[in-house]
Design a protein around this ligand. Structure first.
Ligand SMILES: [Cu+2]
Length: 204
């Protein structure tokens, strides 16, 4: 298998936005710590949030990286069993189960007026099973809460399929200091607009 890994500046460019085209390449090999990069960060997506883990499998609310350093992002849907199985064991062990994730939703996301949050969740998992990973400057917001189909700056980020057989890996350089939010760029149902991790990455 050819390891066609993409490298690009991240956290630079138009208006300070961020990564990434659809070029994140599945198939770039074992998603473990890579000595050719400064950091490896693991980002798991679920309806409706992200978990961010470092190289030790510790979940982090916030990670600080040095400007100019190279970061490998390993993205995956928590529902993609094969992709999760391909993660390093310590990262897999650091992941939360479905019930814990749903409890987080209950804390963070208001129920829709017409139904229960759980019903909205099941509906979304069935009808809009996929997410994507986008990194945007913190506080930039999303126009209208929807970044589907191009969305803001025309970037959809790394696509995270619910049935991916391996994680989606992309390596980037942190080109600009600032605070960045992890966001979902693929419409994923009722809670999509709550699916973000504000100011999760600081480039110093
Ligand atoms: Cu999503």
């Amino acid at each position: 298998m050819t390891a066609h890994r993409s490298r690009r500046e991240f956290l630079t460019g138009l208006g300070g936005v961020a990564m990434a085209g659809l070029a994140g390449c599945a198939g770039s090999g074992i998603p473990g710590t890579d000595r050719s990069v400064d950091r490896t960060l693991y980002v798991g997506a679920y309806h409706w949030g992200f978990v961010l883990l470092d190289e030790t499998g510790t979940e982090r609310e916030q990670v600080t990286i040095d400007v100019g350093s190279t970061v490998k992002f390993v993205g995956f849907s928590l529902g993609a069993t094969e992709a999760v199985d391909a993660l390093p064991a310590e990262v897999r062990d650091g992941l939360l189960g479905h019930e814990e994730l749903e409890a987080r939703n209950d804390d963070r996301i208001p129920a829709p007026s017409e139904t229960y949050l759980h019903e909205a969740l099941e509906d979304a998992e069935r009808r809009y099973p996929n997410h994507s990973l986008v990194i945007v400057p913190a506080g930039s917001g999303r126009m209208g809460g929807g970044m589907m189909d191009g969305g803001m700056m025309g970037r959809r980020g790394l696509f995270l399929s619910h049935d991916a057989s391996e994680p989606t890996v992309d390596t980037m350089t942190a080109g600009r200091r600032g605070s960045y939010t992890i966001d979902c760029g693929n419409f994923c149902g009722y809670g999509h607009r709550y699916m973000n991790k504000p100011a999760a990455i600081t480039v110093r």
